[in-house]
Design a protein around this ligand. Structure first.
Ligand code: PHE
Length: 452
């Protein structure tokens, strides 16, 4: 994240396209307006005192609290768990890939998946557990959402690494919403989603397949005992780095297909060494999609896995989805617009989705009411019928009123059909033509009695 990259790279490419993915560049905070613009959005923690309630827990406010209500309202939305949402779709594909490729003992998946961990973490989890120094600029109030001095909305899923290793896991994925203060435009949004991956190896797992690998060691034994087990051997580093890069290359190849051009760029994170970013060539432009590296041994040791060496990666799901489905604007992920959401309702997660930009042309709305037949009426039959007749002109169909006649007990439904063309303004005549045939077919096929 911020300031964690080598400044050399920042200077080289100060205006690189940033899709609110994994790593944000430090120049962001130098772009002036950003912090003020968001501060003026009235953080809920303006004055100390009182408390903030998030996901059923209460956090006393203090002079660090700076989460605006707008941001709090995103907590718990979990877009990545919403069926057929593009983030869900990408995530399903990623999970599927890991389940298929990496099988543990007894045929169970090697990687455990955590997608429900609370985005509220302690500052210790978000920073200290990852060896990020007390005075590190990435802790700035201007770049993070603090509930108070001790708790915050996680700024990356790496915040869970330590606890999960401590819990004894040696291969896991963590998915979730992460929060970073930023302006909002087509490529930046203060909430986005990350996927974290961690894999640890003990000596036998790493060298087991190597011929005559028996004497190979994970750690250089330094003469000073206090530094014992902190330096990796060259063989260990080579193998872990190879495994990491191979794992990630396979993953993106699975998502984007063969022929994808990728490159590895050296970078810097306080919790991995060496560290890399993967960039993929998208329509002639190199776009960074993930950060990764070999875990600092001090972190692994302090989490109680001292006989292991490991890798970790963190990737931005929005960034992948934007490239994969050619979604032009990160704000669309938060859209409730049927025209956006319905494009991802594919029966098979691997099906190609060619995202169609939303129409700028106005919608025409017409209602239809009828008495239901005494039996065998299903709302879904009506929806299917409307879509069959109206095709892509039908943007959505909503049941807006139900009514039971007090005397006859007959039930009436009223549906609102929204029509919209992708390339032109529809006329009322054109729409009426379709609407009338919906009426006629509903009577004919569903046995309803029109109240037209
Ligand atoms: N947490 C880092 C970020 O959000 C990405 C990362 C994860 C880098 C794991 C290395 C290892 O910027």
């Amino acid at each position: 994240m911020i300031f964690w990259r080598l400044s050399k790279r920042i200077q080289l490419r100060p205006v690189k396209l940033c899709l609110a993915g994994v790593v944000r560049s430090s120049f962001r905070s130098h772009r002036g307006l950003t912090s003020q613009a968001i501060t003026s959005e009235l953080p809920t923690g303006g004055a100390p005192g009182g408390s903030l309630d998030v996901l059923g827990k209460s956090y006393p406010r203090d002079d660090h609290s700076n989460v605006p209500g707008k941001i709090l309202s995103k907590v718990g939305k979990n877009l990545h768990n919403r069926k057929h949402h593009p983030l869900w779709l990408v995530l399903e594909r990623v999970k599927h890939h890991f389940y298929q490729q990496y099988v543990g003992p007894f045929g169970t998946p090697l990687f455990s998946v955590f997608d429900g961990l609370s985005p509220v973490v302690s500052t210790w989890q978000n920073f200290d557990s990852l060896l990020i120094p007390e005075d590190h600029p990435s802790r700035k109030k201007g770049d993070n959402y603090y509930l108070n001095r001790t708790h915050m909305l996680r700024s990356h899923t790496s915040a869970h690494q330590w606890n999960l290793i401590r819990a004894g896991l040696n291969a896991f994925l963590v998915v979730g919403d992460v929060y970073r203060r930023d302006q909002i435009d087509s490529h930046h949004y203060p909430v986005f989603h990350q996927l974290e991956g961690v894999r640890l190896f003990n000596k036998h797992q790493l060298f087991g397949d190597i011929k005559d690998g028996e004497p190979l060691q994970l750690f250089e034994h330094s003469s000073r005992s206090s530094h014992k087990q902190e330096t990796h051997t060259l063989e260990a580093v080579k193998l872990v780095e190879f495994d990491l890069k191979q794992t990630l290359t396979k993953l993106v190849t699975h998502l984007f297909g063969e022929g994808l051009e990728i490159r590895w760029v050296d970078c810097y994170f306080p919790f991995t060494h060496p560290s890399f970013e993967m960039e993929i060539n998208f329509q002639g432009e190199w776009i960074e999609v993930l950060g990764c590296g070999i875990m600092e041994q001090q972190l692994v040791n302090s989490a109680g896995a001292q006989n292991n060496i490991g890798w970790a990666f963190g990737l931005g799901l929005e960034r992948l989805a934007m490239i994969l489905y050619k979604i032009p604007d990160i704000r669309l992920f938060w859209s409730e617009d049927e025209r956006f959401l319905k494009q991802f309702c594919v029966p098979n997660i691997n099906q190609d989705v060619h995202f169609q930009p939303l129409s700028k042309y106005p919608a025409l709305v017409n209602d239809i009411s009828f008495w239901l037949p005494p039996q065998n009426y299903s709302e879904n039959d009506f929806y299917d019928l409307v879509r069959t007749i109206g095709g892509d002109l039908v943007e959505k169909v909503d049941l807006i009123d139900k009514f039971e006649h007090p005397k006859t007990q007959r039930i009436s439904h009223c549906y609102r059909i929204t029509y919209r063309h992708m390339e032109k303004t529809l006329t009322q005549e054109e729409v009426m033509h379709i609407h009338r045939s919906v009426q006629a077919r509903a009577v004919q096929l569903l046995g309803v009695e029109g109240r037209f």
